[in-house]
Design a protein around this ligand. Structure first.
Ligand code: ADP
Ligand code: ADP
Length: 228
């Protein structure tokens, strides 16, 4: 069953650069799919189109069988975790995680928002950091906060753009295991962007390999060998 479907997607930037050339793929509900490829091959461009932050030049994007290209980002039920965490520096950890629940049409009461936020802070093991500001935290801790903030609205799809690249090697291994077990526990369909083959192999249910705006191989599976 195709939960996320990308059909003949193409993106030409305003400067004429064709970053995505006729890309089609699909993602099953609950799968953790890695988009793998070197820097500049178009991975972020695809995530931004899925999130609604960029509009495709042509092609279609379907969630659960429905086209979303004309649906605003806030109505797409997407959680987005960025490489640089993108936390609000003046807010505490708790306030950061609560924030999505305190704005917009469906905002919760302060008590309810805090209760939900604390549940996800427990899942991401940041409960003790509730009153700290992002500037006081390590990279791994900040990444956990940004993951909790992405999950708090119970999105249908989680997008992660190189979420481990600002962490040191040892922490990278640990956090990637944590991310995999967390998304499996929550059961959320996840697209995980990385340029690291080993990382993709260790975390992905399926790996889609990109090269210069096209899919080089869909579902690498056992036919995939690591480059030395
Ligand atoms: P990746 O995430 O795989 O590193 P990106 O999606 O960020 O790749 O970029 C794909 C290509 O599109 C790159 O060549 C990049 O320089 C180019 N690009 C990205 N954003 C823009 C933009 N706003 N305008 C023009 N070109 C862009
Ligand atoms: P990433 O690390 O995900 O590959 P980049 O560092 O390439 O991202 O790009 C950072 C930002 O700059 C993105 O918002 C991207 O859209 C924009 N960008 C990248 N390349 C270009 C470009 N050639 N022209 C204009 N904007 C670009």
């Amino acid at each position: 069953e195709k939960f996320v479907e990308v059909k003949n997607l193409r993106k030409v930037y305003d400067n004429g650069h064709e970053a995505i050339k006729n890309v089609s793929f699909s993602v099953k509900r609950g799968d953790l799919v890695c988009l793998l490829g070197p820097s500049g091959c178009g991975k972020t461009t695809i995530l931004n189109m899925l999130a609604g932050l960029l509009s495709p030049t042509s092609g279609d994007i379907l969630f659960d069988g429905k086209s979303v290209v004309n649906i605003a980002p806030k109505d797409r039920q997407i959680g987005y975790v960025f490489q640089n965490y993108a936390l609000y520096p003046h807010m505490t950890v708790l306030q950061n995680v609560m924030f999505p629940l305190t704005v917009g049409q469906h905002k919760k009461s302060k008590d309810e928002a805090e209760k939900i936020a604390r549940k996800y802070m427990e899942l991401t093991q940041i409960t003790e950091l509730a009153d700290q500001k992002p500037g006081q935290l390590s990279g791994g801790q900040q990444q956990r906060v940004s993951i909790a903030r992405a999950l708090v609205q119970q999105p249908k799809i989680l997008l992660m753009d190189e979420p481990l690249s600002n962490l040191d090697a040892r922490l990278r291994l640990r956090i990637r295991e944590e991310i995999r077990s967390l998304v499996k526990k929550v059961g959320i369909t996840t697209l995980f962007v990385t340029h690291d083959q080993e990382e993709a192999l260790s975390i992905g249910d399926k790996i889609i390999l990109f090269h210069q705006g096209v899919i080089q191989q869909d579902d690498l599976g056992q036919n995939f060998y690591l480059n030395p």
